[in-house]
Design a protein around this ligand. Structure first.
Ligand code: AMP
Length: 287
C-alpha cells in the first residue's frame, strides 16, 4: 500500500480513481493507530471501493503547552494496520506541505467550540476545522469517518460541512474500548501502569451516570454531581470538565428531555483523557 506525501501526487491518484468510477472513503487521523481507528477504516472499506487514511499530526490544533512534539508516531505500525483494515492509500504530508510559511486562512466557528474541550483548549477547533477542510479539499472523498470518541469534534465537523455546503457525507462511528472499558486512545501510551488503572475511573463514572439516566433520573445537575463524586474517589484524577449538553447544539442541558451528550475530560497525572456517551430519552442506549 502506497504512502503519499505530496498534494500533487494524491490528487493525481484520486483523479484516476474517480475516472475509473470508484467511490472514496476518507479517515483523517494523527497516526499511532489502534483498534478505534481500525474500526473507522473497516467501516470505510465496507462502504467505498477506495479508502484513504491521512496521518498528519496537525501543529495548528495543539496549544503551546500541549504535546505536539511528544505525540507518539510509528509509521510502519500504522501502515500495517491500515493495510489489514482495507485501506488503499495513506496520505502523510509534512507540515510544510500543508502550511506555506505565509499561510493565513482559517476556518472558525462561533458556537459549538466554546464549551467542553474548546474551553480548555483555545484554538484547538480552529486548527481542527482548518485542517479537516483542507484535507477534504485535497482528498475529494464521498464520505469521511469520525469517531464518537471525539464527540465535540464530530459535532463541529458535521456543522462545518452543513454551514459551508461541503459535498461530503460524515459518518460517525462508535467508541472502541479496551476490555476493561477504557476508551482506546493514542494518548493511553503516556500512562504509567498505576495511571492506566486509575484511568478506569472515567468509563466507570460515566457508567454510573448512564445507570441513573436509565433508571429515570432527568436532572443534569444530579448526573454531573454523581459523576464528579465518582471521579473524585480516584486521587490521581483531576477533573477538567464534566458536562451534559444537547447532542446537536452542544449547549448546556438542564433537564434531560432530548438526546444529550454526557462528556468529560479528566487529567490522570499529566495525561488528559476524554470519554462520553450519548443518551436518548426513550431509547436508553449509549452510542
Ligand atoms: P486521532 O488520531 O486521535 O485524531 O483520531 C482519528 C479519528 O479516530 C477520530 O475521528 C477519532 O474520533 C477516532 N478515534 C480515536 N479513538 C477512537 C476510539 N477509541 N473509538 C472510535 N474512534 C476513535
Amino acid at each position: 500500500m502506497e504512502i503519499v506525501k505530496t498534494i500533487d501526487e494524491i490528487r493525481k491518484i484520486i483523479k484516476l480513481w474517480k475516472r475509473e468510477g470508484h467511490s472514496i472513503g476518507f479517515v483523517p487521523t494523527m497516526g499511532y493507530l489502534h483498534e478505534g481507528h481500525q474500526s473507522l477504516i473497516r467501516r470505510a472499506a465496507g462502504q467505498n471501493s477506495r479508502v484513504v487514511v491521512s496521518i498528519f499530526v496537525n501543529p495548528m490544533q495543539f496549544g503551546p503547552a500541549e504535546d505536539f512534539n511528544s505525540y507518539p508516531r510509528d509509521l510502519e505500525h500504522d501502515r500495517a494496520l491500515c493495510e489489514a483494515a482495507g485501506a488503499h492509500l495513506i496520505f502523510h504530508p509534512d507540515a510544510s506541505e500543508m502550511y506555506q510559511p505565509d499561510f493565513c486562512t482559517f476556518v472558525d466557528m462561533n458556537s459549538l467550540t466554546q464549551g467542553l474541550c474548546g474551553r480548555s483548549r483555545p484554538g484547538h477547533f480552529r486548527g481542527v476545522c482548518t485542517v479537516v477542510n483542507k484535507l477534504f479539499n485535497i482528498v475529494g472523498a464521498d464520505r469521511a469517518y469520525f469517531g464518537q470518541k471525539d464527540a465535540q469534534q464530530l459535532a463541529v465537523i458535521r456543522r462545518m460541512v452543513r454551514d459551508l455546503n461541503l459535498d461530503i457525507e460524515i459518518i460517525g462511528c462508535p467508541i472502541i474500548r479496551e476490555d476493561d472499558g477504557l476508551a482506546k486512545s493514542s494518548r493511553n501510551t503516556y500512562l504509567s501502569p498505576q495511571e492506566r488503572s486509575a484511568a478506569l475511573i472515567l468509563s466507570k463514572s460515566l457508567a454510573k451516570g448512564r445507570g441513573l439516566l436509565e433508571q429515570g433520573e432527568r436532572s443534569a445537575e444530579k448526573i454531573i454531581s454523581v459523576i464528579t463524586e465518582n471521579i473524585n474517589t480516584e486521587h490521581m484524577a483531576r477533573i477538567d470538565y464534566i458536562e451534559v449538553v444537547d447532542a446537536l447544539s452542544l449547549e448546556r442541558a438542564n433537564s434531560i428531555d432530548r438526546p444529550v451528550l454526557v462528556a468529560l475530560a479528566v487529567f490522570i497525572g499529566k495525561t488528559r483523557l476524554i470519554d462520553n456517551f450519548v443518551f436518548q430519552p426513550g431509547l436508553h442506549e449509549n452510542i
